[in-house]
Each structure stands twice: as structure tokens, then as C-alpha cells.
Design a protein around this ligand. Structure first.
Ligand code: PMP
Ligand code: GLU
Length: 398
């Protein structure tokens, strides 16, 4: 029997997770694969956070949690938003869930009706467009190529807005490009949005702390968009806590209530122990965040300088996150054993099979002709991966 709903049939699997899975399968066969596909810090969760989780177990924090998350955690997040971002969201406006991905999807499902348009500047993280498809909405892609720093301009935003526009999804620092919007750039976008009061901004700020150009700026700070920015963030990236699955949305109250209703019928409150760990992350010492950021910055410098040594590769300088997103068009149309490498998907597969390096094709991020490499790994892997990539690319025939 196979009776999959139209809704799920329309959905693509996550390319980032699929590539990572493929790399794990090859590793299980004894092949020495270097995995630069999935974006996940390679650090262990800091000790004081792990201790808080152990204490939570001993204190019997083992019961169902409130649907929107423990009040103490929502207070800690509200404080964090004021302290670090200068924006005010009351604890009732904050909903905690199973990762930022969960809350992004909850917001889209809570707001988007069939026929509604969602503006997605591309390259964009793999899951946004799939969430919009799940809700029956229409993705309006706005291509933002490397020449414009992979960022949407105010003119492009203005041109993309129609009476059907419900939402703009804005990710800064960006996955997959590492682009970071400056305060001035965000202000210019907010000014455009000022004339369109029906558009909500879904601001994905999960890479907030992995920033190499100074402090993080949130679009929520501008009065032109007051009351219509939903900030999504979580502990996965900043505190090396991907497996704990805690993220949140801070939203206008009506939206926070809708998200809570959805969560109450669908997933219930997030894990009790993980929430206590997240609370320790937000309320505890922050030097671990800076230590990891510094390591990522050093690795960024290393991978960019090594990739720039490969003839034909056009390499951007990421200002944040832990991805580099070079253009690889110089290698497309070349051959290996008579088989043509037609696109970046073929190239990513070639690199996996021949160089044993896992990357993700730009096609997954609606940006053909690029590859995404995650440098959330140690120097040895970075050096090894780039030298294998260089050797494999040099073997391609014209
Ligand atoms: N947004 C972006 C841009 C991401 O890269 C990720 C990482 N998977 C997420 C959201 C989701 O993070 P998580 O669900 O682990 O909090
Ligand atoms: N954000 C990470 C990535 O893009 C994790 C994988 C995912 O959730 O898609 O690789």
C-alpha cells in the first residue's frame, strides 16, 4: 500500500541532511569521508550547560512541559533579546519548540494560506521554501547573486511585494552564503516595508553569534516594522547544542498564540531536560560563545585562502555563519571518464565519490552553479578536504 498525501508528495527531502546521511553511509563502509555538508558545530556542549541538564534530571524535571515552554526559559530569552538585541518581547510573546526549524515551520503554518506569497531572497536555506509549499503558499524567489553580496536590495524587495505578499523570510547571518546585513541595509529594507503594513518579517537569526564583522543587527529594532517581526533563534549554533533541539520564536502576541495552539495539538512542549539546559545557556557565562566564534573565524580564513588557491574557483568571503559558497561554474561542462559534469549536483556527487569530500550543491539553495562547504570542522579536515577537492578538480577533462 502507498497512500502518501499530496502534501507530503510535494515535499523535497532536506538536501543538507541527505548529503550528510550519504557521507555517514560511506563512512560506515570504511571509506574515509570528510564531511563538509551538514552545518553543525563540531564542539561539545559547554560543561555548565550539561551540568544543568543533569541537575534537571535529578530534580525530576521529567513531566510534560507547558506548551510554549517553561516560563523561566521564556523569561531568560526575553532578557537575552533585551540585553543583546535591544528589542522587547514579553515572555508571553515567546514560544519555545524543538529547534529553530520547528518554530520557523510553525510560523509559516500559522500564517500562510493557499495563494499567499512569501518572499524568499535566494540563495536561501533549504527548508524555507519547503515549509511554504507545505502550507500551500507560493514562494517568490528573489535572486541575489554573489556580485551583490548575496543580499536583497531595497529595490528588489519593493518590486517583489504584491497585494498577496504575506511574509518576507530574512536570514542574517545567512545560510548558505555567510552574508551579514549591516544596520544600514536592514534599515533600508525596513523603510520599504514601512509602506506595506500587511507584510510580516520572519527573521531567522540562528547564526547571530557567528559573526566576523561586529555586532549582530536585528531588523526588529526599526520602528517601521514594529509589531510585525517574528525572530527565530535557538541554542543549536551559538552553544553547540544541535542535538538538544531547543529553538524559539519571539513574535507579536497574536502569532505567538497561534503557534502555541498549533504546538498544543501537534508536538506539545519541548523536552524538559533540554529546556533546563537552554536556560543555563542563556543565563550562564557567555565566554564559550566567543571562544567558538573565534575558532570559526580562524577556520573561515583558512578555508577561504585555501579555496582561493584552486584555479577557476570564485570564492566569496563570508562575514558570518560557518559556510563558504563559491561559484564553481568554471568546472561545469567538464568530463570525468567521458561523463559530463552538467551542474553543481553532478559536481558534488563527483567530489563525494572521487575525493571523498561531502559538500552540498547550490541547487538545493535555489542557486545553481555554487557549492556550499561547511567549515564547522577542524583545521586538519579543512586542509585535507581542500587538497582532495583541488586534486579531483584538476583531474577533470575539458
Ligand atoms: N535556520 C537556519 C538558517 C539553519 O541553518 C538551521 C540549521 N539547521 C536552522 C534554522 C535550524 O536550526 P535548529 O532547528 O537546529 O535550531
Ligand atoms: N542548518 C544545517 C545545515 O544547513 C543543519 C541541517 C538542516 O537542518 O538542514 O546544514
Amino acid at each position: 500500500m502507498n497512500q502518501i498525501s499530496d502534501r507530503i508528495q510535494a515535499l523535497q527531502p532536506s538536501a543538507t541532511l541527505a548529503m550528510s546521511q550519504k557521507s555517514s553511509e560511506l563512512k560506515a563502509q570504511g571509506i574515509d569521508v570528510i564531511n563538509l555538508s551538514v552545518g553543525e558545530p563540531d564542539f561539545f556542549t559547554p560543561q555548565h550547560i550539561k551540568e544543568a541538564a543533569k541537575r534537571a534530571i535529578d530534580d525530576n524535571c521529567t513531566f510534560y512541559t507547558p506548551v510554549g515552554g517553561y516560563l523561566s526559559l521564556r523569561k531568560a530569552i526575553s532578557d537575552k533579546l533585551q540585553r543583546e538585541n535591544g528589542v522587547f518581547y514579553a515572555p508571553e510573546q515567546i514560544v519555545v519548540g524543538n529547534g529553530a526549524k520547528h518554530e520557523l515551520c510553525n510560523v509559516v503554518m500559522s500564517m500562510v494560506n493557499p495563494g499567499d506569497e512569501v518572499i524568499v531572497p535566494t540563495p536561501a536555506w533549504v527548508s524555507y521554501e519547503q515549509m511554504v509549499i507545505l502550507a500551500g503558499g507560493t514562494n517568490v524567489e528573489v535572486p541575489c547573486p554573489m556580485e551583490q553580496g548575496f543580499k536583497i536590495t531595497p529595490q528588489q524587495l519593493e518590486a517583489a511585494i504584491t497585494p498577496k505578499t504575506k511574509m518576507l523570510i530574512l536570514c542574517t547571518p545567512s545560510n548558505p552564503t555567510g552574508a551579514v546585513y549591516s544596520k544600514g541595509e536592514l534599515q533600508a529594507l525596513a523603510e520599504v516595508l514601512g509602506a506595506h503594513p500587511g507584510v510580516l518579517v520572519l527573521a531567522d537569526e540562528v547564526y547571530e553569534h557567528i559573526n566576523y564583522v561586529g555586532g549582530h543587527e536585528s531588523i526588529a529594532q526599526f520602528p517601521q516594522v514594529a509589531g510585525r517581526v517574528a525572530i527565530v533563534n535557538g541554542v543549536s549554533k551559538a552553544y553547540a547544542m544541535t542535538g538538544w533541539r531547543i529553538g524559539y520564536v519571539a513574535a507579536p502576541l497574536w502569532l505567538a498564540k497561534a503557534v502555541t495552539k498549533l504546538q498544543g495539538q501537534y508536538t506539545s512542549g519541548a523536552s524538559s531536560v533540554a529546556q533546563k539546559a537552554a536556560e543555563a545557556a542563556y543565563n550562564g557565562p557567555q565566554d564559550c560563545v566567543e571562544a567558538m566564534r573565534t575558532a570559526f573565524e580562524r577556520r573561515r580564513n583558512l578555508i577561504v585562502s585555501l579555496l582561493r588557491g584552486i584555479p577557476g574557483m570564485e570564492v566569496n568571503m563570508p562575514d558570518g555563519a560557518f559556510y563558504v559558497f563559491p561559484s564553481v561554474t568554471a568546472f561545469l561542462g567538464k568530463k570525468h571518464n567521458g561523463t559530463v559534469i552538467n551542474d553543481a549536483n553532478d559536481l558534488a556527487l563527483y567530489l563525494l565519490n572521487e575525493a571523498h569530500v561531502a559538500t552540498v550543491s547550490g541547487d538545493a539553495f535555489a542557486c545553481p552553479g555554487h557549492l556550499r562547504l561547511s567549515y564547522a570542522t577542524d583545521d586538519k579536515n579543512i586542509v585535507g578536504a581542500v587538497s582532495r577537492i583541488a586534486a579531483a578538480l584538476s583531474r577533470l577533462e575539458a
